[in-house]
Design a protein around this ligand. Sequence first.
Ligand code: ITT
Length: 192
Amino acid sequence: MKDIMIATSNLGKVKEYKQLLEPLGYTVHSLKEIDHVDIDENGQTFAENALIKAKSIKNKCDMIVIADDSGLEIDALNKEPGIHSARYLAGHDYDYKNKIILERMKDKTDRRARFICAIALIDDKQHVFEGVMEGTIAYEPAGTNGFGYDPIFVVPQFNLTSAQLTAQEKNSVSHRGQATEKLLAYLKEHNL
Ligand code: ITT
């Protein structure tokens, strides 16, 4: 087994990386296994923030370290919450955050939105692997799978919210699934 540290405290992400990487022979570790590190995510893009997280953890453990910065962009809300997806309406749970987004979207006919994921990996160079899942914002929340904004994001291939998809279905089309495919191609090419 090869070990890989995902520099995240988000349990939803950890679960998805386990589903994506463990069948391929990687043991997935996360920040709960190491001492707390303060990370200032002050980048302007998903890629910059992913690199900031990966760099902060890189020397704290002796294995491949990757970091994931991701979020939801909604066209009718000027691409909000975007890189602020985790901090949006800070202190509230996702039932509330999703409710507020649906209220803000009440009269919007342009429902286009996308999930974006940037995975950073640092070896002798810096690498960022990106994935995007295009979709629309639902009118009502639906589904209990996944995490975060999944209940309000409709995936066109299934005509269901990503919270109504099985893990396998979501990973087959998701931003994280696509970025992970690119990461895996790199790891394979470099025998990592
Ligand atoms: P780490 O920085 O510790 O990885 P975080 O949750 O703070 O955890 P981000 O800054 O990358 O991570 O914020 C990502 C947010 O975007 C996440 O908290 C969700 O609200 C949302 N998000 C990202 N991917 C998602 C997905 O697949 N499904 C639903 N929501 C997602």
